[in-house]
Design a protein around this ligand. Structure first.
Ligand code: SF4
Length: 465
C-alpha cells in the first residue's frame, strides 16, 4: 500500500482485507503503522492532512522550476555505425548536419527565457566533438549571458571521447564540464556493439576516459552501457569491467525503440522478461562486489531506491509525473527544431514530428501553446492514467507518453502490455523484495545507493554518447 506522497507499507493480503473491511481493532500495531504513514485516518478530529500535503509538495517540487535539462544537438555526424543507435547518425563528412550559428544563437536566447535557477546544458550528437566549435561558441555565449542572468550552470558532454585534444580538455576544465560516455563492457562486447571501421572503439574509449579523468578529475567522467542481446549473456563480465576501470557507478540501459535500434530489433532485440532476468543476476553480482569492499552502484536502481526510501524529488526527466518531457527537459536540434525530449527528436528523425514544439526563433511562450504540449499534458499525469491510478508504485513512478506512443502508437498507452510498465513494475518488485529480505550488509549497500554522495545520478542517467 502507498500514500499519494509515496509512504508505503507491505502487509499480508489477509491483514489488508481486514483493514479494508474496517476490522482492525483500535490499538492494532498495523493500524498504528498505517496512520503513521498517512495511509489511514482513524479519528478525523485529531488528524490533519498537512504533513501529507507538505510531503507531496516536496516530492513534486521539480514542477516549480521549469525545465532544468537543456540538450543541444550540435551535430548528427558520428564515426560509429552502432546497430542500436538511437539517432539518425550521419557520416563524418556530412557537415550539413551540424548546428549552424544562427540556430545556436537563438537557442541560447531561448535557454534564458526559461525560469529555472539551475540549468544543465548537455551537448549531444551524433558525436558533439565533431562540431567542437559549436560546443565552444555556445558555452561562451551562455557564460557571457550568465554574467547578468546569474543562474547556476552545469555543463555535460555526451561523447565517445575519442580523439579528445589538449585544447578541448583545457576548455572543459575551464568550464567544469562533466563527461559522459558509452562503455558497453569488455573489449569483445564493446567492439561488437559499437563498430568502427578500424575495430578500435574500445581502445579509443579507454584512452578518452583516462585523458578525461587526468584533466578533469576521476568523478568528472561517467559511463553507461546499452544492452544488446549479446550483452544479456554477460552481466558479470560487464560489471567486472566497470570495476576494473575504477568506476563507482554503472548504468544498465535496455535498448530503446527508436532510430536504428528499431531497424535491427530482430538481431539485437529481446523482451522485457529477458532484461529483468539479466537485471536480477546483475543486481546479485553488484551486491557481491559491494560485499567484497568495492563501492559500485547501478544508477537506475539508485534512483528507484531513492524514491522508495526517501522523501525527495529527483531530477530524472523520464520518471516524472507530470511527465518530464517539455516540463523537465528541452532539446534544441541541429536544424533549429525544438523538442520536449530526446525521444521526440528521434521520432521526428523517423518521420513522426507530432511532438515538435516549434523552432528556436520562436519564443518559449509559443512552444508552450504547441499541440505537442497539450498531448503531453493530456497523457502525462500517471496518477490519472488507466492502471497507474490503481498501482501502489504510482507515487514513485512516472508517465512517459512519448515512449508509449513510440511503442504502442498511443500516448496514453496500455500498461498491461507496456514495456515501460513491465520494466518499472519488475524493478520496483525486485528491489523491494531484495531490500526487505536483505541481510544487514546488503541492506546498507542498497540504502547507500539511495542516499549516496559522490556520484551524480543525472550525469550517468541523462547523458548517452
Ligand atoms: S507504469 Fe506501471 S508500475 Fe508505473 S505506476 Fe503505472 S502501472 Fe504502476
Amino acid at each position: 500500500m502507498s500514500s499519494l506522497a509515496g509512504d508505503w507499507l507491505m502487509m499480508e493480503r489477509q491483514t489488508f482485507e481486514r483493514f479494508v473491511r474496517h476490522e482492525l481493532p483500535d490499538g492494532d500495531p498495523v493500524l498504528a503503522d498505517l496512520e503513521a504513514r498517512h495511509l489511514a485516518i482513524t479519528d478525523p478530529g485529531r488528524s490533519t492532512l498537512a504533513p501529507l500535503l507538505s510531503q507531496y509538495r516536496t516530492r513534486k517540487s521539480y514542477l516549480l522550476q521549469g525545465p532544468a535539462l537543456h540538450i543541444f544537438v550540435v551535430s548528427l555526424r558520428c564515426h560509429h555505425t552502432c546497430n542500436y543507435c538511437q539517432v539518425s547518425r550521419q557520416p563524418t563528412g556530412h557537415t550539413a548536419f551540424d548546428m549552424a550559428g544562427n540556430a545556436a544563437r537563438h537557442a541560447v536566447d531561448r535557454l534564458f527565457e526559461w525560469p529555472g535557477q539551475d540549468l544543465t546544458i548537455e551537448f549531444q550528437g551524433g558525436e558533439p566533438l565533431l562540431n567542437f566549435n559549436a560546443v565552444r561558441s555556445i558555452t561562451e555565449q551562455i557564460v557571457a549571458r550568465n554574467a547578468t542572468e546569474r543562474r547556476t550552470l552545469r555543463f555535460v558532454l555526451a561523447s565517445t571521447l575519442h580523439d579528445l585534444t589538449a585544447d578541448q580538455l583545457a576548455f572543459f576544465k575551464e568550464h567544469r564540464f562533466k563527461l559522459s560516455t558509452s562503455l558497453d563492457g569488455p573489449e569483445w562486447l564493446h567492439n561488437a556493439n559499437r563498430p568502427r571501421p578500424e575495430r578500435d572503439s574500445y581502445r579509443r574509449t579507454l584512452e578518452g576516459i583516462e585523458r578525461g579523468r587526468a584533466a578533469l578529475g576521476e568523478d568528472a567522467v561517467s559511463a553507461l552501457t546499452t544492452l544488446t542481446r549479446r550483452s544479456l549473456e554477460a552481466p558479470e563480465a560487464i560489471i567486472d569491467e566497470y570495476r576494473r576501470l575504477g568506476f563507482h557507478s554503472i548504468s544498465l540501459r535496455p535498448l530503446s525503440p527508436y532510430g536504428f535500434a528499431r531497424k535491427t530489433r530482430d538481431r539485437n532485440g529481446y523482451d522485457m522478461a529477458a532484461f529483468l532476468r539479466f537485471y536480477a543476476t546483475a543486481l546479485e553480482h553488484l551486491l557481491a562486489v559491494n560485499r567484497n569492499g568495492y563501492r559500485l552502484e547501478e544508477t537506475y536502481a539508485s534512483l528507484l531506491l531513492s524514491q522508495l526510501l526517501g522523501p525527495f524529488a529527483h531530477g530524472y526527466v523520464d520518471l516524472r509525473s507530470p511527465t518530464g518531457a517539455g516540463f523537465g527537459a528541452v532539446i534544441y536540434d541541429y536544424d533549429g527544431q525544438v523538442y520536449p525530449s530526446d525521444e521526440a527528436r528521434m521520432l521526428a528523425a523517423m518521420g513522426e514530428s507530432r511532438f515538435s514544439l516549434g523552432r528556436v526563433d520562436q519564443p518559449v511562450s509559443q512552444w508552450l501553446k504547441a499541440p505537442a504540449m497539450y498531448q503531453l499534458m493530456d497523457a502525462g499525469v500517471a496518477e490519472a492514467l488507466p492502471t497507474c491510478s490503481d498501482c501502489a508504485y504510482v507515487p514513485l513512478c512516472g508517465a512517459d507518453p512519448i515512449d508509449h506512443f513510440a511503442r504502442q502508437g498511443d500516448t496514453l498507452g496500455h500498461r498491461p502490455t507496456s514495456d515501460f510498465c513491465r520494466r518499472q513494475m519488475g524493478l520496483f518488485d525486485l528491489l523491494l523484495e531484495r531490500y526487505e529480505n536483505a541481510d544487514r550488509q546488503d541492506r546498507k549497500t542498497l540504502h547507500d545507493w539511495a542516499f549516496r554522495t559522490g556520484v551524480n545520478q543525472e550525469d550517468a542517467l541523462d547523458a548517452a554518447a
